[in-house]
Design a protein around this ligand. Structure first.
Ligand SMILES: CC/C=C\C/C=C\C/C=C\C/C=C/C=C/C(=O)SCCNC(=O)CCNC(=O)[C@H](O)C(C)(C)COP(=O)(O)OP(=O)(O)OC[C@H]1O[C@@H](n2cnc3c(N)ncnc32)[C@H](O)[C@@H]1OP(=O)(O)O
Ligand SMILES: Cc1cc2nc3c(=O)[nH]c(=O)nc-3n(C[C@H](O)[C@H](O)[C@H](O)COP(=O)(O)OP(=O)(O)OC[C@H]3O[C@@H](n4cnc5c(N)ncnc54)[C@H](O)[C@@H]3O)c2cc1C
Length: 670
C-alpha cells in the first residue's frame, strides 16, 4: 500500500497539543535507551526506503496463492536486506531482534513463511546441537543456504508430546535413523513454512534403539531437494488448508515412509545415541529438549504487548477523529474518545501494553539468566522459568486477544474492515493463545509448580522469590487491604495463596475420600487453572509496578506522573474485576471498593488529555500499523474512500456476473 500524504486531521492535531509530557522520553524507556531508539529508527528507515513494503494490490484483495507468493518474495528480499544493506548502511553489527521484529510487520500484514526459520529452527539448532553439529548447520541456517521449520505437532496430538507417534528407529548396521509415520494421525500437522517453503525441518519423533523406546527426541531432516525443491523420496508434504489467520505462513503436513537420515542428524547436545546404538540419557534434566518451546513462550509475551500496542494505537487515534451522537442537545457531536465507556474500553489497553512489555523484558532477562545457569551445569532455576513462562504466555496472549477484540468493538463498523488491520492483529494473537502450548495446559503446568511450592513451604523449605508469598501465607500473615501499589499487590498475592491453599485442600480431601492422586488432581483442575491465573496476575502486577519505578527513576516529573497514572489504572481495573476474590481472600471492604471505583473513573479523566500522545509514544509507523483507521494523520474517511475506490472489485463498472446471471434472471431467461 502506498500511503498518500494528507494534512493532519485537526482533532488529532489538537489532541497532540494537549500532551503534558515528552513523548520521546517514554519511547526511549520502552526501547531501552536513546541509543536503542536511534538504532531501531535507522533499521526502520532502511527497510522502508527499500521499496519492499510496496504491494500493487492490497494484501487482503489477493488470492491465498498470490498472498503466499508475495510473502515469499518479500521474505527473500528482506532476508537479503538483513544480510547485506541493513548491516552496511546502518553500521549496526548486532541487530536487535525487537527492531527487526517490529519492522517485519511493515512487510507482512499477515505472516512471513520464514517466521519459523528464525523463530524456532535457528533457536533449536543453537539450543540442541553439539558444537560439531552447530558448526555444520548454524552457518548455513543463518546464511539462508538452508531454510527450516519445527515439526512437532501431529494430526492426532499437539498438547501431549509423549503421545506423538512418528518413530525414529536406529539401524546400527547403517548408522542411520529410519523415520516413519505409522498411522494417519502420526502425520506432522501445522508446522509453519512446511507446506511449500522450507527444505529442512526439525522433526520430533519417538526414538527407538536396541528395541527400546526412549521417548521424543529431535532430528534434523532434509525434506526437499535443494535445487529442484521437490520432496525427497519417502516424504509426503503439503499445505494443510485455509485458516483463520496465518494465511501466508504455509502451515503444512508431513509424512515419512521409512525415510533414512544419518545418525548424526539426531540433535545430541543433551541425549546421544552412540554408533552401536547405546542410548546415553541427558545428564541434567529430562525436559531439555523442550527448551525451544520455553524460548518461544518467552517471546510470545512480547508479541502480546506489541500487537496490543498496535491495536490500541489504531483505536485511540480513530476515537479521537470519530464524532458521534450528542452529550447535550444542540451541542456539537463529541469525539467518541470523550465517552467514559470508550475510555474504559481503551485506556486499559494502553496500560496493559505497558504492563506486558515491561513483563516481557523482565521475563527475557530471567530466561537469559537461567540459560547462563544451565551453561554452568545448574538446572535448578529451570522449573521456575517453566512455570513463569507458561503462565505468562497463557495469560498475556489471552488478555491481549480480548483487548484487541475490544479495540475492534471500539471502532464500530469500520473496525470490521480488513483495512483497519484489527481483524488481522486479532487473528494472529488469537492463535498465540493456542500454539506453543494451549492456555489451559500451560496454566496447569504452573499449577503443578505452585502445589509443589506449597508443599515445600509447608515442610519449612525456602521457596523461590515469585512464590515467597506462599511462605508468608503459611506463617499466618493476615492481609490488610491498602489501596497503595504495594498494598494491592499483597492482596492479589493473598488471593493467589488462598486459591492454592484451596486446591491443596481439595486434592487432599479427595484423596482422603479414597481417590488416587491423579483423580484427585483431575477433579481439582478447574480450581488449579484459576489458582495459576491468580498467581500470574500477581506476578504481572508486581513486575509492572517494580519496572515502572525502576525505569522512571531519572525521568522527568511529567513522565513519572503519566506512567504512574497508568500503573494505578491497571491496579484499579484488576481490583474492580476481581472484587469477588478480594472480598473472599483479602480484607477489602465495600467502602474500599467504592473508593477504587471512583479512583478508576477519575483516572480515566486524568489520562484522557494524554491518550493520543500515549499511543504516539508506542512510536509505530504507519507502514507497521497498516491501518486505514489508525494512521498518524488521522485521515480516516479519506483513506476508507481511497481504498474503496482502489478496490479491484471497482475496476470495472459492471461485473461480468451481471450479464451471465443477473440479467438472465431479471429477464426470466436463466
Ligand atoms: C524471532 C522470533 C520472533 C517472533 C516470534 C513470533 C512468533 C512465534 C513463533 C512461531 C509461531 C508459530 C509457531 C508455533 C509453533 C508451535 O506451536 S510448536 C509446538 C508447541 N507445542 C506445545 O507447546 C505442546 C504443549 N505441551 C507441552 O509443552 C508439554 O508436553 C506438557 C503438556 C506441558 C507436559 O508434557 P509431559 O507430559 O511430557 O510432561 P509432564 O509429565 O506433564 O511433566 C513432567 C515434568 O516436566 C516439566 N516440564 C514440562 N515441560 C517443561 C518445559 N518446557 N521445561 C521444563 N520443564 C518442563 C513438568 O513441569 C514436570 O515437572 P515436575 O512436576 O517437576 O515433574
Ligand atoms: C497458527 C498455528 C501455528 C502452529 N505452528 C506450529 C508449528 O510450527 N509447529 C508445531 O509443531 N505445531 C504448531 N502448531 C500446533 C500447536 O502447537 C498446537 O495446536 C497446540 O499446542 C495445541 O495442541 P492441540 O492442537 O493438540 O490441541 P488439543 O490438545 O487437542 O486441545 C484441544 C482442547 O483440549 C484441551 N485439553 C487437551 N489436553 C488436556 C488436558 N490434559 N487437560 C485438560 N484439557 C486438555 C485443551 O485445553 C483444548 O481446549 C500451530 C498451531 C497453530 C494454531
Amino acid at each position: 500500500m502506498v500511503l498518500k500524504k494528507y494534512n493532519i486531521n485537526p482533532d488529532l492535531a489538537l489532541e497532540r497539543q494537549k500532551c503534558t509530557f515528552d513523548i520521546e522520553e517514554i519511547i526511549n524507556i520502552f526501547d531501552g535507551g536513546k541509543e536503542k531508539t536511534s538504532q531501531r529508527r535507522k533499521i526502520e528507515d532502511v527497510v522502508l526506503k527499500s521499496g519492499l513494503c510496496h504491494d500493487d494490490v492490497p494484501e487482503e484483495c489477493m488470492s491465498l496463492k498470490e498472498r503466499y507468493e508475495n510473502a515469499v518474495r518479500k521474505s527473500c528480499f528482506f532476508s537479503k536486506l538483513m544480510k547485506t544493506e541493513l548491516q552496511e548502511i546502518t553500521g549496526i553489527e548486532d541487530f536487535e531482534t525487537p527492531a527487526i521484529r517490529r519492522i517485519a510487520d511493515a512487510l507482512f500484514k499477515d505472516i512471513s513463511p520464514f517466521l519459523l526459520h528464525l523463530g524456532m529452527f535457528v533457536p533449536t539448532i543453537i539450543g540442541q546441537c553439539t558444537s560439531e553439529q552447530l558448526m555444520i548447520w548454524l552457518p548455513k541456517a543463518l546464511d539462508l543456504q538452508i531454510i527450516g521449520g519445527y515439526a512437532q505437532t501431529e494430526l492426532g496430538h499437539g498438547t501431549f508430546i509423549r503421545g506423538l507417534e512418528t518413530t525414529a528407529t536406529y539401524d546400527a548396521d547403517t548408522e542411520e535413523f529410519v523415520l516413519h509415520t505409522p498411522t494417519l494421525t502420526a502425520h506432522k500437522w501445522w508446522a509453519g513454512g512446511l507446506g511449500k517453503t522450507i527444505n529442512h525441518c526439525i522433526v520430533v519423533a519417538q526414538l527407538y534403539t536396541k528395541g527400546v523406546c526412549y521417548g521424543t527426541h529431535l532430528f534434523m531432516v532434509q525434506i526437499r531437494d535443494l535445487d529442484t525443491h521437490m520432496p525427497l523420496p519417502g516424504i509426503k508434504v503439503g499445505e494443510i488448508g485455509p485458516r483463520m489467520g496465518f494465511s501466508s505462513a504455509d502451515n503444512g503436513f508431513l509424512g515419512f515412509n521409512n525415510f533414512r537420515i544419518p545418525r548424526n542428524n539426531m540433535l545430541m547436545k543433551h541425549a546421544q545415541v552412540q554408533k552401536d546404538g547405546t542410548y546415553v540419557k541427558p545428564a541434567r534434566h529430562g525436559k531439555l529438549t523442550y527448551q525451544t518451546m520455553v524460548f518461544v513462550r518467552v517471546t510470545l509475551v512480547n508479541e502480546a504487548a506489541f500487537n496490543l500496542s498496535k491495536a490500541v494505537t489504531i483505536a485511540v487515534r480513530y476515537s479521537a477523529v470519530r464524532r458521534q451522537s450528542e452529550m447535550r442537545p444542540n451541542e456539537p457531536e463529541p469525539q467518541i474518545l470523550d465517552y467514559p465507556t470508550q475510555q474504559h474500553k481503551l485506556f486499559i489497553g494502553i496500560a496493559t501494553a505497558h504492563a506486558f512489555q515491561l513483563t516481557a523484558n523482565w521475563l527475557w532477562n530471567t530466561f537469559k539468566s537461567v540459560l547462563s545457569d544451565m551453561k554452568k551445569g545448574d538446572v535448578g532455576t529451570l522449573p521456575e522459568l517453566h512455570a513463569l513462562s507458561s503462565c505468562l504466555k497463557a495469560v498475556c496472549t489471552s488478555d491481549a486477544a480480548l483487548l484487541i477484540e475490544q479495540c475492534r468493538y471500539a471502532c464500530g463498523g469500520h473496525g470490521y474492515m480488513l483495512s483497519s488491520n484489527l481483524p488481522y492483529i486479532y487473528s494472529f494473537v488469537a492463535a498465540t493463545r493456542t500454539y506453543e502450548g494451549d492456555y489451559t495446559i500451560l496454566l496447569l503446568q504452573t499449577a503443578r509448580f505452585l502445589v509443589k511450592a506449597w508443599e515445600q513451604a509447608e515442610a519449612g523449605k525456602t521457596v523461590t522469590p515469585t512464590v515467597s508469598y506462599i511462605s508468608r501465607s503459611l506463617k499466618g500473615e493476615k492481609n490488610s487491604w491498602r489501596s497503595t501499589d504495594e498494598g494491592i499487590i499483597k492482596s492479589f498475592q493473598a488471593v493467589a495463596a488462598g486459591k492454592i491453599a484451596l486446591c491443596v485442600k481439595s486434592i487432599r480431601d479427595r484423596m482422603k475420600s479414597g481417590l488416587d492422586y491423579e483423580d484427585a488432581w483431575l477433579l481439582t483442575t478447574v480450581q488449579l487453572v484459576d489458582a495459576a491465573e491468580a498467581h500470574c496476575r500477581s506476578v504481572i502486577l508486581e513486575t509492572y509496578c517494580n519496572e515502572v519505578r525502576r525505569l522512571t527513576k531519572s525521568s522527568s516529573d511529567n513522565v513519572k506522573i503519566v506512567m504512574h497514572q497508568l500503573v494505578t489504572l491497571y491496579l484499579s481495573y484488576w481490583t474492580l474485576q476481581r472484587t469477588g476474590d478480594l472480598l473472599r481472600y483479602s480484607s477489602i471492604s465495600e467502602k474500599d471498593i467504592d473508593f477504587m471505583q471512583r479512583q478508576y473513573e477519575e483516572l480515566l479523566q486524568h489520562i484522557r488529555p494524554n491518550a493520543v500522545a500515549l499511543v504516539d509514544a508506542f512510536d509505530l509507523r504507519d507502514e507497521i500499523l497498516h491501518s486505514s483507521l489508525g494512521a498518524y494523520d488521522g485521515r480516516v474517511y479519506e483513506r476508507l474512500m481511497e481504498q474503496a475506490e482502489n478496490n479491484p472489485m471497482n475496476a470495472e463498472p459492471v461485473n461480468q456476473s451481471f450479464h451471465k446471471y443477473i440479467k438472465p434472471l431479471l429477464q426470466g431467461k436463466l
